[in-house]
Design a protein around this ligand. Structure first.
Ligand SMILES: [Zn+2]
Length: 70
């Protein structure tokens, strides 16, 4: 094992700020009907949405994964 000081990579760190949109894209209202854009995790319940993937939907909180039917 080398006993020298740890070399840290130089370089400016770019702040990874994401623009916070105040508008919720979880659902939208159309013709007085609430159309859900995202699916709610059946394990975590309301407020936790499943991440949309190409062939599956997964919950980032509990790890629940639901495969889409082709
Ligand atoms: Zn969950």
């Amino acid at each position: 094992m080398a006993s020298g000081p740890k070399v840290r990579s130089k370089g400016k760190r770019k702040p990874t700020k994401r623009p916070h949109s105040k508008k919720s894209d979880a659902f939208r209202i159309e013709d007085n009907k609430i159309i859900r854009q995202k699916k709610i995790c059946p394990k975590c319940g309301a407020g936790v949405y499943l991440a949309q993937h190409v062939n599956r939907e997964s919950c980032g909180k509990c790890g629940y994964t639901q495969f889409k039917k082709a």
